[in-house]
Design a protein around this ligand. Sequence first.
Ligand SMILES: Cc1cc2nc3c(=O)[nH]c(=O)nc-3n(C[C@H](O)[C@H](O)[C@H](O)COP(=O)(O)OP(=O)(O)OC[C@H]3O[C@@H](n4cnc5c(N)ncnc54)[C@H](O)[C@@H]3O)c2cc1C
Length: 360
Amino acid sequence: MTTHVEVMVLGSGIGGSTVAAILARQGVSVGIVDAARHPRFALGESTIGETSFLMRLLAARWDVPELAQLSTSAGIRDHASHRCGIKTNFGFVYHRADVDHDPYEVTQCSVSEGPFGPESHLMRADIDKYLFEASVRHGAVAREGVRITEVSFGDVVSIALDNGETFTADYVIDATGRTSVLADTFGLRDEPCRFRTDSRTIFTHMRGVKPYDAVEESSGQPNLWHEGTLHHLFDGGWLWVIPFDNHDESESDLVSVGLSLDTKRFPKPDGVTPEEEWNAFLSRYPAIARQFEGATSAFRWISTGRTQFSSSQTVGDRWVLMSHAAGAIDALFSRGMANTMAVIEAFVPTARPGSPTSTR
Ligand SMILES: Cc1cc2nc3c(=O)[nH]c(=O)nc-3n(C[C@H](O)[C@H](O)[C@H](O)COP(=O)(O)OP(=O)(O)OC[C@H]3O[C@@H](n4cnc5c(N)ncnc54)[C@H](O)[C@@H]3O)c2cc1C
C-alpha cells in the first residue's frame, strides 16, 4: 500500500509531533511514523524559559493551542498529564569526593517569577503522547510501532516501512533523534564527532528519592532544591535530579536521575552493571548518598555510549534534520527541547504552502 503526503515526518517524539501538528493545522498533508508506540519513555524532561516561550509563540502563530497548554504547569495539569513536576529553579551544588558537602558551594537560579509560573519537569511519555495525538487531531496520517527501513530520493521521496507499507512525500523532516534515519541514509555523522566534550550517561527513574532539602542544611537559597532541577556537580561530571513528585497535585512518585560522566575521567568499566557503578559513585559522595538512601529504580538502569554526536549537513534537497537528529553536546543547561522548538520556529515558515521561500 502506498500513501502520498506532502510532508513526511520521521519520528513522533516532541520534535516530530510538534512540527507535524503545526503543518497539519496549516492544511499541509502530513504523515508521521514512529517505531515505538505512545506512551513511551524519553529523556529530556526539564524545560527552560525559552522552551516554554517558543511553545507559546508557535501556538499563537500557527494556531495550535496544545503547544500553549504544555508551556505552563497549570496547562499541563489541566490538559495533558498529572505526572509532571514543577521547576522553580536551576540548582547547582558542588561536591568533593570523600568529604561532606560545604553548604556555601552552591548556586541557584530562580525561574519561578513571571506571569506564567514555574517551568516544568515533563513526564515525556505523557507529553509526547499528547502532542502525537494533537498532530493526528489536526490531520496527520500516523503509524505507530512501525520502523522506517529505507528512505530513497527520486521524483518523490519514498519511505519504506517494516510493515510492508510505503509513503511517498515531497519533503521529509527527520525527527528520529540520535539514531537519525537520514543521517544513516546519507552518511552524515561526523566520525569522530566534532565536539570536544566526551561524556557518557547512566540513568533511570527512581522512587523514594529524598528531597535534598531534607538531608542537607539550607544554604539560604531562595527556593527549595526539590522544587527545581538539581544538579550535583563534581570533578569530572554531574548528576541530575528531576522530581516529578514535587507538588501537591502530582500523582507521580518518580524522580528522574542520571549521571553524566567525563569518559576520560570515568571510562566505562567492564563487567560492572550500571547499578553497581551508581552505588560505587554514591559511596564516594556522602551528601548525595544521603539523598538516595533507600531509593529504588523504577526500571532498569541504562548505560549509554558517548552522548555527543554531530552531522556534516543538516538540510538538503527536500529534507531537514530536527535539532536532536543533527547533534547533541551536553544536557547540563537543559537546552535540548528549546533547540528543537527554535529549529521548528525557523523552519516551518519555509515549509508552509504558498510561502515565497517554500521548500516544496
Ligand atoms: C542525558 C540527556 C538529558 C537530556 N535532558 C534534557 C533536558 O533536561 N531538557 C531538554 O530540553 N532536553 C534534554 N535533553 C535533550 C532531549 O532529550 C531532546 O532534545 C529531545 O528528546 C528531542 O526530541 P525529538 O522528538 O527530536 O527526539 P526523540 O525524543 O529522541 O524521538 C525520536 C523518535 O524517533 C523514533 N525513531 C528512531 N528511529 C526510528 C526508525 N528507524 N523508525 C521509526 N521511528 C524511529 C524513536 O522511537 C523516537 O520516538 C537531554 C538529552 C540527553 C541525552
